[in-house]
Design a protein around this ligand. Structure first.
Ligand code: 5FX
Length: 543
């Protein structure tokens, strides 16, 4: 992207995601003035990754080479320089990383970081700085025994969830660290610092170990989300000396310090350019979407993801509560639903001649509440709730085996959105006056689907371009980080950000219809959960 850079104050937001490293630069008016990226598989083929990762033969162990991330940063900055980007105008930078991944810095690496020589690349100088070359990432699911042990130590899954915001998850960093300590003791003993992908990336800019921020730290099964301190019980159950290895966590808005002299000399950054704590990609996206209290963001993709701003969280056995990245006194919830677009497409093909127009017409021709029909569509084993199969109920709560095509289309869409609302409310979300639903992802271009979303939540639905929400959120956070936060809120700086687009408002009867239906949905979900699960989810597909 050509650089149009006549601005004095520029803010950079990086995103170390699974498949690529991206950057966005904004000016003081929040206009995007530069974007760039390095795609790992195609631009760094020597590392032989597929989708940015290596999958072990067991299919469970999934890692990424840490030096690939380092080299990607070298390459990205070189590209920006070649394209004429003026680094001297960058006042602050921040970033995000895929959540849960862990980086193991070898003893002595901090000295290398402090003394980086601007005549060489990072990659050349950090070759020997990692005790573990292949960092476990969020897709890894090989830590079942460690999860069990942690839950036992914490007094059960519910207690662990209440303490850390989530029950034990295999991808969560604490369980990954426990396994590393058990299986690679020597490398573990040769580690002087453990970073998350986000704090590792911040360390490269800082020339010193960067603190783990509260939000990304909440994805480790180690941080007490209320005291904002590492939980002693969890630390002890995980590995020895973790206090020292992890450092003290800080609010996500913290200024960690200036960029190291390496960046000043090699790329011409100003020595006053500040590094604001990096965070996880999901918290950064919440910032990029400019989610506010009372709002819920629903991403309608292959799987549907829901972000919620929470003031009073109620961590549960499913879903994740994290400390909020833009206001550490508040929280956010992250919910993932596996049966999203693929299920909508399957029902479209079966009931609407494979056409979104016919699908939309079915939604328009059927009444709010679908004359009492409620559907659960879990083509594959769902995460929330842990159920599978297709279950349709009539107005008297009797299970039925078939309904008309139009009823089925509405049953699917209403059922999906009732489920998103039910599970968000269970974690502490409630609709308040002024609440907005922000819709993103593939299906967010279908007005009739969004009308159902608006009705089920009884709130206006807005769409927003989130193609770069994690980068953009990081650039916004960089700008906020260098201001006086006692007088300027995150939202004060966003006044010039592009407006979200209003696309649907709730119909007058929506509240009455869906408040009742939500209760029924919750009760019927319990029945669905009691049904025996078929061993092969695919056997349960309709049609
Ligand atoms: C969240 O818990 C996840 O595991 C993923 O969304 C990763 O953050 C993807 F990068």
């Amino acid at each position: 992207m050509a650089v149009v850079q006549d601005s004095k104050e520029v803010y950079l937001g990086f995103d170390f995601s699974t498949q690529q490293l991206k950057v966005v630069a904004i000016n003081e008016d929040l206009d995007v003035i530069h974007q760039n990226h390095v795609h790992f598989d195609s631009q760094l083929p020597d590392f032989r990754t597929e989708g940015g990762v290596h999958v072990a033969a067991d299919g469970l162990r999934i890692t990424s080479p840490v030096l690939m991330w380092v080299k990607a940063l070298d390459l990205l900055l070189d590209k920006m320089q070649k394209e004429g980007f003026d680094f001297s105008s960058v006042r602050a930078l921040s970033g995000s990383g895929q959540q849960h991944g862990s980086v193991y810095w070898r003893t002595g690496a901090s000295r290398t970081l402090e003394q980086l020589d601007p005549t060489f690349s990072l990659h050349q100088q950090l070759q020997d700085s990692f005790a573990v070359g292949d960092s476990p990432v969020w897709m890894d699911s090989s830590t079942g025994p460690q999860c069990e042990r942690l839950q036992e130590a914490a007094g059960g899954a519910a207690k662990l969830a209440d303490l850390t915001g989530s029950r034990a998850y295999e991808r969560f960093t604490g369980n990954q660290i426990a396994k590393m300590c058990q299986e690679r003791l020597q490398d573990f003993q040769d580690t002087e610092r453990i970073s998350l992908v986000s704090s590792f990336a911040a360390s490269l800019f800082l020339g010193a170990y960067a603190a783990i921020d509260y939000s990304d730290g909440s994805g480790m099964n180690l941080l007490d989300i209320r005291t904002k301190k590492w939980s002693e019980v969890c630390m002890e159950a995980t590995a020895p000396h973790l206090d020292r290895l992890l450092g003290t966590p800080l609010p996500s808005v913290s200024v960690l310090g200036p960029v190291s002299p390496y960046w000043v000399r090699r790329f011409g950054f100003s020595d006053s350019c500040r590094v604001v704590a990096f965070t996880g990609d999901n918290p950064a996206s919440l910032a990029g979407m400019r989610l506010q209290q009372g709002d819920i963001a629903v991403s309608l993709g292959t799987s549907d993801t829901v972000f919620v701003w929470l003031q009073h969280p109620r961590p549960a056995l499913e879903g994740h509560v994290l400390i909020n990245p833009v206001d550490w006194r508040h929280f956010m919830a992250l919910l993932c639903f596996k049966n999203g677009s693929l299920t909508r497409e399957r029902v479209r093909n079966r009931c609407a001649e494979g056409s979104w127009e016919v699908f939309s017409a079915a939604l328009r021709h059927t009444p709010l509440g679908n004359n009492g029909y409620i559907g659960f569509y879990f083509d594959v084993l769902e995460i929330l709730p842990r159920a599978v199969g297709i279950h349709i109920f009539d107005a008297d709560d009797n299970k039925v085996s078939s309904v008309s095509a139009e009823v089925e289309v509405r049953a699917l869409v209403e059922g999906q959105f009732l489920s998103r609302r039910l599970h968000a409310e269970r974690l502490g979300y409630s609709i308040i006056p002024g609440s907005r639903v922000l819709a993103t992802g593939g299906a967010s271009c279908n007005k009739d689907i969004l009308q159902v979303l608006s009705d089920v939540f009884n709130a206006p639905v807005y769409t927003i371009d989130v193609s770069n929400s994690a980068c953009l959120g990081s650039a916004y956070r960089a700008k906020h980080g260098v201001l006086d936060q006692s007088t300027v809120s995150f939202f004060d700086i966003l006044k010039k950000a592009p407006e979200a687009r209003l696309v649907a408002t709730p119909q007058p009867t929506a509240q009455q219809v869906y408040n009742l239906m939500l209760q029924r949905y919750g009760q019927l979900e319990k029945r669905v959960l009691q049904e025996p699960r078929p061993s092969n989810a695919a056997a349960n597909l309709i049609g």
